[in-house]
Design a binder for this molecule. Structure first.
Ligand SMILES: O=C(O)C(=O)C[C@]1(C(=O)O)C=C[C@@H](O)C=C1
Length: 276
């Protein structure tokens, strides 16, 4: 059975993403309190894989996770998209007018900020390591003046009432999670690749690289610049590529290599389906 590290505890969206990716295969989930701890377990061979959120359609990219991936030389072997529905949760017997504090994962709070500002403008927002962890702590504290934000399964697991359903700012709220490991499995039937490169600090250098992908009909689904530590104003670029024709993809990479100062292939894998 594969051992998989996640940031968060049972009931978190990371657990949902892991169960969705592995479908009916049994996995042992190792709960971690930080993303760093979760990737360190892969690095130290304590787990086989790590499932890690990388981007949310409302809150944006988790930039720190891009850096972790590079720092620990992790390989991407897959991805999974999860539809995220957020709910306001409280201990049984609580009423919304008593809410003084709202505790949740920072990204979860960000996804619901319009609802919070409209309905609970005076509530103090407290960032917790994950939605399920905040829910469990609320149940244990028995407090009636605190609410958390999380999914329906979390409310069931930690015995909380759903006070308000679907409080995310936009209903098309998705989080993309990466499946990370120490060694890539070299899937030959891949149709998506994540790369990271650095190019010269002169006009047109990035445009030249992007033009090559266009020339070979490669679709770019993501481009993220990350500051290079110790080199102010210089960036590395994380780019996700989608393709049907592997030969064209390989030719494009070959040509790109001549136009960049460094390039790493972070993973070749099968594109995840966007839930309806
Ligand atoms: O707190 C959780 O339940 C998580 O799994 C974390 C997390 C995140 O890191 O973005 C996962 C998905 C949602 O976008 C909100 C929070």
């Amino acid at each position: 059975m594969k051992r998989v590290s996640i940031q968060g505890i049972k009931g978190s969206f990371h657990e949902d993403a892991t169960l969705k990716y592995f479908e009916d295969k049994e996995v042992e989930i190792i709960e971690c309190s930080t993303f760093k701890e979760a990737v360190e377990l892969v690095d130290n061979d304590k787990v086989d894989l790590c499932v890690m959120a990388i981007e949310n359609s409302i809150a944006g990219s988790l930039l720190g996770n891009y850096s972790l991936m590079r720092q620990y030389h992790l390989r991407i072997i897959g991805e999974v998209y999860l539809h995220i529905e957020m709910n306001l949760l409280m201990n049984k017997g609580s009423i919304c007018s008593d809410i003084k504090e709202i505790h949740s994962h920072p990204i979860a709070l960000k996804q619901c900020i319009e609802f919070i500002q409209k309905d609970f403008p005076d509530a103090v927002l407290l960032e917790k390591s994950d939605t399920a962890g905040a829910a469990k702590a609320l149940r244990d504290s028995k407090r009636k003046d605190v609410a958390t934000i999380g999914n329906v399964r979390t409310s069931e697991l930690y015995d909380l009432n759903i006070m308000e359903k679907g409080i995310e700012t936009n209903k098309r709220n998705y989080t993309r999670f990466l499946i990370l490991t120490k060694k890539s499995n070299g899937i030959v039937s891949s149709n998506k690749t994540s790369i990271c490169f650095e190019c010269g600090h002169y006009h047109g250098s990035l445009a030249n690289v992007l033009m090559i992908f266009s020339e070979y009909e490669i679709n770019l689904t993501k481009i993220q610049s990350i500051p290079i530590l110790g080199r102010p104003e210089e960036y590395s670029f994380h780019v996700d590529l989608e393709y049907d024709n592997r030969e064209k993809y390989e030719k494009a990479i070959h040509k790109v290599l001549k136009n960049v100062s460094s390039l790493s292939i972070l993973g070749e894998y099968k594109k995840g389906a966007m839930p309806r």
